[in-house]
Structures are given as C-alpha cells and as structure tokens.
Design a protein around this ligand. Structure first.
Ligand code: SAM
Length: 211
C-alpha cells in the first residue's frame, strides 16, 4: 500500500536485521515459491519489537512458511518460553528447521506439520501472543478456534488485513480470500471482548488485545 520510497526511508531508519534472517531471506527468495509471503525486514522488526514489549511465554503462529516471522517473534520470548508454529506445506519444513537451528531456537520452537484447523484444537496451551498468517479464507475460523486459548490481556496479530487494498472494494464472490479478510476485520471490529487497531504497515496488521 505504501510507496516504495517511504518503505525505503523507513527501512533506512530501522535497526539492521540480523545476519541469520538476511540469509533466510536470500535463500527463500532463491529457492522457494512466492517469497513475497515472508514478513521481510520492516514487518519482521515490528514483530521483534512487539515480542520484546510483551515478553511472551507462549506464542502460537499459524503459517510458518520458511520461519522468518517465527524467528522475529522469538526476540522477546521468556527464558522458559515456547513458540508453537503450524505449517501445512511439508516442503517448507527443512528450510524452516535449518534456520531455527542456526538461530539457536531448536528447543524453543515446536513445529507442527499439517492443517491449522485440525492442529489448533489439539494444542493444550494458553497463549500470550498469536500471529495469524495462513489461508485468508480461514482467518475468522482461526480467530474463533484460538480465542479461548488466548490469555486475558493477550494479543492476536493478523497479517494481510488490508489484502492489497481489496478490503476497500466489493470483492468478486469467487474471491474467497478477500471475502475472508473482510469478514474477519468486520467481526473483530464488532467484538466487544477485544480492543483492536488496524495498523497500515505493509499489507496491514490487525492487532487485537483480549480484554
Ligand atoms: C504468508 S505465509 C506465512 C509467512 C510467515 N509467517 C512469515 O512471515 O515468514 C502463509 C503460510 O501459511 C501456510 N498455510 C496455508 N494454509 C494453511 C493451513 N490451513 N494450515 C497451516 N498452514 C497453512 C502456507 O503454506 C504458507 O506457508
């Protein structure tokens, strides 16, 4: 949504990304389909900052991809903390695990292979922070599935809440992803159990605090 120049300026006034994340960014761009799915340096730094502010003990991530955002979210993780991350594409596991190891996170990240709709109900945890970044048509399902697993005062962050500006138009009825994002945003906005803000960073982050 933002101009290239604004993003470039913002990045040039943001602390540098660590070398492991840079390496992962490069390898994802060279070897993996749809590398633009990865959070990237600006949003990644934002996730790091949020994690350092919250100092979460338990994090749930829905949509690991190659592990970039999980590594960012680990920045403020409590010493005895754990990130649970779910990814349905088995082809991505090796690269994510390679970088979790490089980042010294092997014991701090529990990786689940499979569909989030099936796996979330099987995780018996209460979360301080949940990052939703998987199939857009299921965002509302994921929100409902995780809600009781989020601690009071805990946060949910959902990526792509602006969906490339499509939230401003009446979507084609066949565009399940745009419809999913719009339904999710509207549901959160009307949910009296939370406070929320839609941050227009990159493709939009819906930030939700459970009261
Ligand atoms: C946008 S990418 C995640 C990017 C990652 N969070 C990052 O910032 O580096 C979305 C990921 O969600 C995964 N995904 C899609 N549907 C899923 C599902 N039902 N369950 C688990 N993962 C899913 C995709 O395979 C893809 O790797």
């Amino acid at each position: 949504m933002q101009t290239f120049e604004i993003n470039k300026y913002a990045l040039s006034h943001t602390s540098e990304t660590n070398s492991i994340l840079n390496e992962l960014y490069r390898e994802t761009n060279l070897k993996v389909l749809m590398p633009r799915m990865l959070s990237g340096p600006l949003q990644g730094k934002f996730l790091e900052m949020i994690s350092c502010m919250i100092k979460p003990k338990t994090i749930l991530e829905i949509g690991t991809y190659t592990g970039y955002s999980a590594i960012c979210l680990s920045a403020g993780l409590a010493d005895d903390g754990m990130i649970h991350t779910i990814e349905k594409n088995p082809e991505l596991k090796a690269i994510a695990e390679k970088y979790f190891k490089k980042a010294g996170l092997t014991k701090k990240i529990k990786y689940y292979s499979g569909g989030a709709g099936k796996i979330i109900p099987e995780i018996d945890e209460q979360f301080d922070l949940v990052f939703i970044d998987a199939d857009k048509n299921n965002y509302l399902n994921y929100y409902k599935l995780i809600f009781d697993k989020v601690k009071a005062g805990g946060f949910i962050i959902a990526d792509n809440a602006l969906w490339d500006g499509k939230v401003l138009t009446k979507p084609d009825p066949r565009d399940k992803e745009a419809i999913g994002i719009i339904e999710f945003n509207d549901f959160v906005q009307n949910d009296e159990q939370v406070e929320n803000m839609l941050l227009p960073l990159r493709d939009g982050l819906m930030i939700v605090r459970k009261k």
